[in-house]
Design a protein around this ligand. Structure first.
Ligand code: NAI
Length: 320
């Protein structure tokens, strides 16, 4: 039997915790002993308006179950104020769950500047501002856990969500680098890709699955990723309906497009190699930017020194 994962003494900020997934995360952190900052702007689904109600209701829920929580009504665009709420009320910050989100779905030609900017500001800039404000505290105490929230709309695309897809994939890039920069100070950053019933998805998800996609089934995954004993860092974790799995990018073995370093590359060369370029049957995961560019440099050196004059599939597999 594994011991209970507790968060006593830990201070957790959950943004957009007044509803849906954020509420489920906040309630579970509260149950596990964390002091929780329940942030929510309390606006509409498309980013309009604001209210204190959403955050207050969840704070009362946590307190009525014996937990510790305070409300914060700032927009994540003012993330430093949210972290300030944590410091003023609880004296520290250990975990930031970047969850707040809105939608402004339109097919691509109809996206206005406002539709674009608001989505980037809430999802991407909000994640940047809130996380950056917590970062020095994480560094000083040699501990921090960060969650950023992506979406299958970002990983795979989804009709009518170009602005949202762009923002959701942008936070994956942010997380990749934060995981690298934070590693030496025990600051871990992971991406959650949820699918859950909420006001954001009530008209998107198939009605027959809606009741099964409870946010409470994803909360344990997020809470585990934020625990001090969890070593996961820099990962993308998809979760829904009591299931979780890890995603990552892969690259095909690829193909050299020329035989000698002195050869140029024509579009016709590319066309003739295209099957090999796009053959994913032996695709590999590259663990780092060094691995990706290092393999490329080695192959280039070989090409220069003439070792690679007839690059067949196997040689290329080795090098790339
Ligand atoms: P929700 O609409 O139920 O909850 C989002 C909360 O964020 C709301 O309470 C809202 O008031 C708050 N919020 C919005 N803008 C804010 C701002 N500027 N500052 C502070 N709070 C703000 O939505 P749901 O479904 O719980 O979504 C949570 C996150 O998960 C979002 O980032 C969403 O994009 C993401 N997501 C959700 C999926 C799902 O299936 N529900 C799928 C993929 C991603």
């Amino acid at each position: 039997m594994v011991g209970e994962l507790r968060f006593d003494g830990r201070v957790v900020v959950v943004t957009g915790a007044g509803a849906g997934l954020g509420r489920a995360y906040a309630l579970l952190f509260g149950e596990k002993g964390a002091s929780v900052v329940v942030n929510d702007l309390g606006g509409g689904r498309h980013g309009e308006g604001s209210s204190t109600r959403a955050a207050d209701v969840v704070v009362n829920e946590i307190r009525s179950r014996g937990g510790k929580a305070v409300a914060d009504y700032n927009s994540v665009e003012d993330g430093e104020k949210i972290i300030q709420t944590a410091l003023e009320n609880f004296g520290r910050i250990d975990v930031v769950v970047n969850n707040a989100g809105i939608l402004r779905d339109k097919s691509f030609p109809r996206i206005s500047d406002t539709d674009w900017d608001l989505i980037q500001r809430v999802h991407l800039k909000g994640t940047f501002k809130t996380t950056q404000a917590a970062w020095p505290h994480f560094k000083n105490q040699n501990f921090g856990r960060i969650i950023v929230t992506a979406s299958n709309s970002g990983l795979y695309g989804n009709y009518g969500q170009a602005n949202y897809s762009a923002a959701k994939m942008a936070v994956v890039g942010l997380s990749n680098t934060l995981a690298i920069e934070g590693q030496k100070n025990n600051i871990h950053c992971n991406v959650i890709v949820p699918t859950a019933a909420s006001r954001l998805t009530e008209d998107i998800l198939p009605p027959e699955f809606f009741a099964e996609l409870k946010p409470e089934l994803i909360a344990p995954v997020v809470v585990w990723l934020c625990h001090e004993s969890c070593e996961e860092n820099g990962s993308i974790i998809e979760s829904a309906a009591g299931w979780a799995g890890k995603c990552h990018l892969v690259r095909s073995q690829g193909s050299l497009l020329r035989s000698k370093i002195t050869d140029s590359v024509s579009p016709e060369n590319v066309q003739s190699k295209w099957d090999k370029v796009t053959d994913m049957s032996n695709a590999v995961r590259l663990e780092s930017i060094q691995e990706a560019s290092g393999a490329l440099m080695t192959a280039l050196e070989d090409l220069k020194s003439g070792n690679q004059d007839t690059p067949d599939q196997n040689t290329v597999v080795e090098k790339f």
